[in-house]
Design a protein. Structure first.
Length: 138
């Protein structure tokens, strides 16, 4: 029997998405040592949206294809620090420690983030300076 995509999604979620949400939250707590703020907020407001977000997180952070789970956490720390997401850095540092990353590994990730942030800002500023200098000399 043919089913629309919406019907298939409803079938996947079941009659009570709360059961699946609770299972995902418990799993997050076990794996990370904590439940991320975003997960708490999304799961209470839009459980169906949270479920699909959690699936995305599962495949990107918990089951990466080309890097280890520890490396994925270190990459998350690097990205979070580079974009200045304090809450994300806090969470992913705890998650990395929970997975067995060393403080030195985490320090290196943060130092790489700092370097990338610095060079990004320098690149923007120096390019603007060069353009201004070129236009003034014409």
């Amino acid at each position: 029997m043919w089913m629309s995509l919406g019907d298939r999604i409803r079938e996947f979620l079941g009659d009570d998405p709360k059961k699946l949400v609770d299972m995902i939250l418990e799993s997050m707590k076990e794996e990370y040592g904590d439940i991320p703020f975003i997960a708490k907020s999304m799961s209470s407001r839009r459980p169906e949206t949270f479920i699909f977000n959690a699936l995305q997180t599962l495949f990107i952070m918990k089951r990466p294809k080309a890097v280890s789970q520890k490396t994925a956490e270190l990459l998350a720390i690097t990205a979070a620090a580079a974009i200045g997401c304090e809450h994300c850095v806090d969470f992913h540092v705890r998650a990395a420690l929970h997975l067995g990353c060393t403080q030195d590994e985490i320090f290196d990730a943060i130092m790489i983030a700092g370097l990338m942030s610095q060079t990004s800002k320098l690149s923007i500023g120096l390019r603007k300076l060069e353009r201004a200098a070129l236009s003034k000399s014409r």
